[in-house]
Design a protein around this ligand. Structure first.
Ligand SMILES: Nc1ncnc2c1ncn2[C@@H]1O[C@H](COP(=O)(O)OP(=O)(O)OP(=O)(O)O)[C@@H](O)[C@H]1O
Ligand SMILES: Cc1ncc(CO)c(N)n1
Length: 301
């Protein structure tokens, strides 16, 4: 019989000395349903091989049917979590999601500036997929005002872009209009804007990336294939956290966005119907695809 326990401490010691993993921090709301927010972000970090840490900004009661109740965490406790993580563990990249109050947005911006977290992805969350207001108008605008100027990458969806620009969603129907919208959003201060295409009436679900330093260069269009049926919960969070993980590992913004698009597409294609409502994203799809194909048993051979 093999005695696993007796050999474990030596292996663990070896693990520790081999490498220090890249560190990624999510600053977001807790999603009890496990698809979006902190839970979705930490799953994504784990899948992409980075050490995940979290600052919880709000606690939400959510499931496949929608959001039932949301309560913010006090700005003081948000600031304390940031201090605990950044003063000791540090982060190679960070990502913000749901920020429930303007005071929390200001506290987060203060801490990220003070600790010099430059690889920052800001996902300006306003509504959940079922239309529940996760951040009020004031908190949403404060997120853009305080955090976009610190962001390497901002990742609004179409309704969020329309709200920030004061236009109607229908004004952003064409790819051309969305390219112009993404360029206009650079005025809020992020160094790159990726305008997500999930809400656009577009079969390719094209995401559009523009950079402030591109000087009129062609935008990067990330085209995929729109998967039929109801989209899963947590796609936006998974995109931003996958890009954050890739940036923590040293990828540049376009490469990080390509990786994020591929990660979300795999997770979405494998999404699972756990409750009576919207499917849940399967964050492990990317790894399982690889494991099954490496073992050559995925096709039943
Ligand atoms: N049905 C779909 N098929 C393929 N890709 C999709 C689909 N829906 C969204 N995506 C992709 O998922 C990513 C997230 O985009 P989306 O516009 O859904 O973000 P979001 O609205 O912020 O998400 P959430 O609803 O979770 O807040 C993008 O890369 C987008 O292209
Ligand atoms: C906590 C949380 N953050 C973000 C979203 C947006 O998908 C959500 N549904 N829940």
């Amino acid at each position: 019989m093999r005695d696993e326990a007796s050999s474990f401490p030596a292996d663990a010691e070896q693990w520790r000395s081999w490498s220090v993993p890249a560190r990624a921090l999510t600053i977001a709301g807790s999603d009890s349903g496990g698809s979006a927010g902190i839970q979705g972000d930490l799953k994504t970090f784990q899948e992409l091989g980075v050490f995940g840490m979290s600052v919880v900004t709000a606690v939400t009661a959510q499931n496949s049917l929608g959001a039932q109740l949301v309560e913010p965490v006090s700005p003081r406790l948000v600031a304390a979590q940031l201090e605990s993580v950044l003063a000791d563990l540090g982060a190679d990249a960070a990502k913000t999601g749901m920020i429930p109050t303007p005071d929390a947005a200001e506290a987060i911006a203060g801490a990220l500036s003070r600790f010099g977290v430059h690889r920052l992805v800001v996902d300006p969350v306003r509504l959940s997929k079922d239309g529940y207001a996760l951040a009020g108008r004031g908190a949403f605008e404060a997120t853009a005002r305080f955090l976009f100027p610190l962001a390497e990458l901002a990742t609004p969806n179409v309704p969020e872009a329309a709200a920030l620009l004061g236009v109607r969603e229908t004004d952003l129907a064409s790819v051309g209009a969305r390219v112009e919208a993404a360029r206009s959003l650079l005025a809020w201060g992020a160094r790159h804007v990726l305008l997500k295409g999930g809400h656009a009436a577009d079969d390719a679900c094209a995401d559009i990336l523009v950079g402030a330093a591109d000087g009129g260069a062609e935008p990067l269009l990330l085209r995929g294939q729109r998967l039929p049926g109801a989209s899963a919960r947590g796609t936006g969070c998974a995109f931003a956290s996958a890009a954050c993980a890739a940036m923590a590992r040293g990828l540049d913004v376009p490469a990080a966005c390509r990786a994020a698009k591929a990660f979300v597409a795999a997770a979405l294609a494998a999404s699972v119907r756990l409750g009576a409502g919207t499917p849940s994203l399967k964050h492990a799809a990317w790894r399982e695809d690889r494991l099954w194909s490496e073992a050559s048993i995925g096709d039943g051979k």
